[in-house]
Design a protein around this ligand. Structure first.
Ligand SMILES: [Fe+2]
Length: 200
């Protein structure tokens, strides 16, 4: 079983390996920028999905496509506010919220625990992602209240904050964490993720 290590101690270990002074930044994404050094031996033995010859969607492809779908649903809700069409806004926002909660469940219930177990990094990027999920859900509660009150100004203000947070969050996942998951978890495809989360 992989040892669970904190981000600071992991950073210190990696810096010693690389001959760097042991006082790296506390930002967990520092670890992700030097992902080559984070790989334990079993990690290096992993093969890509292509190498396994399977016609499955990679973790990156599957979850990035879900991000784009969510972006479209949220934009549709925003456009409905621009048209002052609150029933349409409520419907599209509801579809977005449901889609996002399922996406987060895939990550938090299946992907992140699998990544943490495979790499031994339990207090790093996945913890940051979980915290940002909570921030996103809190903002969505405010947006739902703005929709219920038909308050376009409040909707737009909160939607702007939400979009900025989502852009930052999705960028970190798509550019760094998902590719790391593809490599650390060669047996896990996008289809498998969706199948696992839908089980009771
Ligand atoms: Fe996420």
């Amino acid at each position: 079983m992989s040892a669970v290590i904190g981000v600071r101690s992991a950073t210190a270990i990696l810096e010693r390996r690389r001959g760097l002074p042991a006082h790296g930044p506390a930002n967990p994404f520092f670890l992700m920028s030097i992902k080559e050094a984070t790989r334990p031996p079993t990690y290096c033995a992993g093969k890509s999905h292509a190498a396994h010859g399977r016609a499955m969607t990679s973790i990156s492809e599957f979850l990035t496509a879900e991000h784009r779908h969510g972006d479209e649903l949220f934009a549709a809700a925003s456009h409905a506010v621009d048209r002052n069409d609150w029933p349409a806004c409520r419907e599209r926002f509801g579809a977005f919220h449901e889609s996002l909660r399922r996406h987060m469940a895939i990550e938090e219930q299946v992907l992140f625990p699998a990544f943490e177990q495979a790499t031994g990094i339990a207090a790093g990027p996945t913890r940051v992602m979980r915290d940002e999920h909570q921030e996103m859900l809190a903002l969505l509660e405010g947006i739902a209240a703005a929709i219920a009150a038909r308050d376009a100004a409040r909707f737009r203000g909160l939607a702007q904050s939400f979009s900025a947070l989502v852009d930052s969050h999705s960028g970190k996942e798509e550019n760094v964490l998902y590719p790391m998951c593809d490599e650390a978890l060669p047996e896990l495809s996008g289809e498998k993720l969706a199948e696992m989360v839908s089980k009771p």
